[in-house]
Design a protein around this ligand. Structure first.
Ligand code: UD1
Length: 365
């Protein structure tokens, strides 16, 4: 198999693509892979660091208001389609897969124009702008939430789940909290605001730290790479006790997650795929800044079955965060019930399901 994959901008689009590549390499070790990302997205550092062949192109998103920048966006899109066609002619993929983000718009569109079989993966319950555009041109659409069904062409849809769920479910973790200076026999609460960190979650956590210092559980607070210095500056005069650790980013999340007792986080689709694959209880604070409030819908799919609790960003403060965190961390039975409900939603063979679709597309060539 020669597979070209494109997805980017943010971790939620990149990690499913990487999980798919991992599953392909396991199934067909001789397969060749090319990842095409944007020059400035997170993928330009994450993907090459994994030793995966990576090519990039310059691209940007549309501004919602009428703006001259939008002419530049169209220009960069057309230029990227041209560049992607060149990459496709060179690499000669059997199939091209897009996992979302502007860059995948250009690459998958280019592939469809060149009559290379195409598949897109939609992680969310509300379809993103890129996948909405691509849905007219691609051969198949892999999806996670049934809510996406009536937003896309029914004949192309295949339910697969999110490939990252399989990576999370299959990992044999040797991670120890001692690597963070913490203990392995104390329950750990992981707080993180998606792949880039979230200002409001960071502010509430900073406010709660003096109280977390007194708790019998441990707290790992991940700020987001770019927000770390700001958080540390705010905590300049605050004592951070031994049971609290602050990190800018966790690069081995699948290893860390199985050792986590509960999560406080955003409700990005890829995070939720991991959380449910591992069966982890969570307190979700959906980002209100995303298309059609889709994180709230993602979060509700967990909350309605008792797998998660929701705090709206409006109601988020150090006090509300602490109250919910205490409730969960002090009640082992509640955590167990939520964990079981969470696991019910997991799709631990999602990557294989996507690969099956990829293989079937190759046959159509
Ligand atoms: C603001 C925004 O547009 N967010 C979207 C973005 O979120 P975002 O990029 O935050 O995506 P998710 O929360 O879905 O996934 C984050 C990914 O980053 C990983 N991670 C995170 C922190 C860390 O320290 N280390 C690490 O590896 C997580 O394990 C996960 O694999 O893409 C998702 C699609 O999947 C959407 O549902 C989200 O609405």
């Amino acid at each position: 198999m020669r597979l070209m994959v494109s997805g980017g901008g943010t971790g939620g689009h990149i990690y499913p693509a990487l999980a798919l590549i991992k599953a392909l390499k396991k199934r067909e070790p001789d397969s060749a892979v090319m990842y095409v990302g944007s020059e400035r997205g997170l993928e330009s550092s994450i993907v090459p660091a994994k030793g995966i062949p990576f090519q990039s192109t310059r691209i940007q998103g549309f501004k919602r208001s009428l703006s001259l920048e939008n002419f530049k966006t169209v220009y960069l899109f057309l230029k990227s389609v041209h560049a992607a066609k060149k990459m496709i002619r060179q690499f000669k993929p059997d199939v091209v897969v897009g996992t979302g983000g502007y860059v995948s718009g250009a690459v998958v569109y280019a592939a469809a124009r060149l009559h290379v079989p195409t598949l897109i993966h939609e992680q969310n319950s509300v379809v993103g702008i890129t996948n909405r555009f691509l849905s007219r041109y691609v051969d198949r659409i892999a999806y996670v939430f049934d809510a996406a069904l009536d937003q896309l062409p029914a004949t192309k849809m295949v339910k697969t789940g999110n490939p990252r769920a399989q990576e999370a479910a299959e990992i044999v973790s040797h991670f120890s909290w001692t690597e963070y200076g913490l203990k392995d026999d104390v329950p750990t609460l992981l707080i993180f605001g998606g792949s880039q960190g979230a200002l409001k979650i960071n502010a509430a956590t900073v406010a709660a730290i003096p109280e977390f210092n007194q708790r019998k559980y441990q707290v790992v607070f991940v700020t987001g790479q770019k927000r770390y210095d700001g958080v540390m500056a705010e905590l300049k005069d605050v004592t951070v006790a031994d049971n609290v650790v602050i990190k800018p980013y966790i690069s081995n999340m699948p290893e860390v997650l199985p050792k986590v007792a509960a999560i406080v986080g955003r409700a990005g689709a890829t995070s939720l795929a991991e959380i449910t694959a591992d069966g982890i209880p969570s307190i979700l604070i959906p980002s209100p800044y995303v298309t059609a409030n889709h994180q709230m819908k993602n979060a509700q799919s967990l909350a309605t079955v008792g797998a998660a609790e929701i705090i709206t960003e409006e109601n988020l403060s150090g006090t509300t965060l602490l109250r919910k965190a205490d409730q969960l961390m002090k009640d082992d039975a509640l955590r167990q019930d939520m964990a079981a409900a969470s696991k019910q939603l997991g799709v631990p063979d999602a990557a294989d399901r996507v690969l099956d679709v990829v293989e079937s597309l190759k046959q159509t060539k």
